[in-house]
Design a binder for this molecule. Sequence first.
Ligand code: XMP
Length: 514
Amino acid sequence: MVNVKDGIIVIDFGGQYAHLIRRRVREMGVRCELEKFDVEYEEIKNSGARGIILSGGPSSVVGRNPAFLGFDVRKLGVPILGVCYGHQYIAEHFGGKTVTGKAGEYGSSEVEVMKKNVLFQNLPSRFSAWFSHADRVETIPRGFVRIARSEKDENSAFANDRLRIYTVQFHPEVSQTSFGKRLLHNFVFKVCGCQSHGSREDVISEIVQDIRQKVGDSRAICAVSGGVDSTTAALLTKMAIGDRLSCVFVNHGLLRKHEEEDVLRLLRENLGIKVEYVDASVRFLEALKGISDPEEKRLRIGENFATVFEEFSRQQPGTEWLVQGTLYPDVVESTTPYPGSSRIKSHHNVAGLPKKLGLKVLEPLRDMYKDEVRKIALKLGIPRNFAYRHPFPGPGLAVRVIGEVTPVKLNICREAGYIFERELVSSGAYRKLWQAFAFVGDDRVVGVAGDNRRHGYMVTLRAVKSEDGMTASYAKLPWSLLDKVSREVTNTLPDVSMVCYSLSNKPPSTIEPQ
Ligand code: XMP
């Protein structure tokens, strides 16, 4: 039975950000759980929740097979906040009208508050909010009043104070909505009267305890990459089970320049983690030969990781668990939890692991976001420059080489990325970015070097700002810096004849090109 005494239940309609709503509420020190929309009425009724938030979701209330709750929300008798799909759901449920618009509203729009309301207390009368919707509420249900509109949507928020039901078309949970946290705060405390239990200071001991309980007397192996996630997962597991943890660092031949030396030094010398180094680069690169489909590449990498781990675990008798540093955004983009929601890409450490693995998977950070993990990492003594190193995907440079991974393209991607990163670090821009890298595809352009024709590759630089990797905006880097990197790339890499800069946000792009 779910228990959120004095807290909130988020009803998950399958939206990308449903889990983020839970995080925001928990950050306020309030109990919060996520429940799928097919949850039983009794479950919610007996949970002790003081309020319900209906999340966004991929289906359409006016389309085929919309996601619906199996009961009338009014019966719960607690305040409700509808977000995006939840906003349209409430409109339909109470007799309003939702239509599918000709053009949707994606990204930032300005919201104008039309009527004073508890939801908008201490918010300015205009603020920018993040939208992601095709449907919109055309007619507000009777008994409700419109409280905000946006440039493209007359009915961006409506409310019924007597029933304590509030809805917003935009996403207050994402960082791009200014004052979004304040709005949620108003709902949680002012409308629902929830109680805060303070911040979760003891999160480290909770995780360690959980690992200890799960692993029992058996052994675990951990695949470390030197990234903050797997390193933190390994340190927490080491705290829980000591020497019954064995770590392995696999070189899949898709690493950044100097990565293996840097990572092994960090793990062995700085953190005292015993780690075995396995050079499996030939095997991985062989498996990728002739493969250009991005999902196929990811799956093959996943399969090869699994085989290497299996071999490694056989050398450690009694091993039952494989520890991974999977974070929540990896999970949400890799799974298709509900009909209508789509898999964005298979992050290798989630969907690519075949069943044949024969080990149980332990993911102590599965519920967390990067910034939360970084805080834990610092507390555990991971040096700041590593804790704040840009994320690097498990499949490595394979997702930054579009099409087949050939030695020439791989080298360009590695060297150009190195030059870019070095310049960002020396200019001080690196730490303001979520990620920055170079990618390369099969497009070739004619160039001229000296008096000779150069039919070289086109390299794209991409730098983004983000809070959690779920959404991102391209960084407006100074021209002088981009210019310097561009020159250096074409001067030092004879196979490159053009350098571009990516000007796309996520959405509609993703951060990695594949
Ligand atoms: P996308 O490209 O989906 O990336 O916008 C979001 C964040 O996830 C990282 N990423 C991965 N991390 N395994 C990982 O461990 C993967 O397969 C993977 N694919 C993407 C990406 O670098 C970004 O930070």
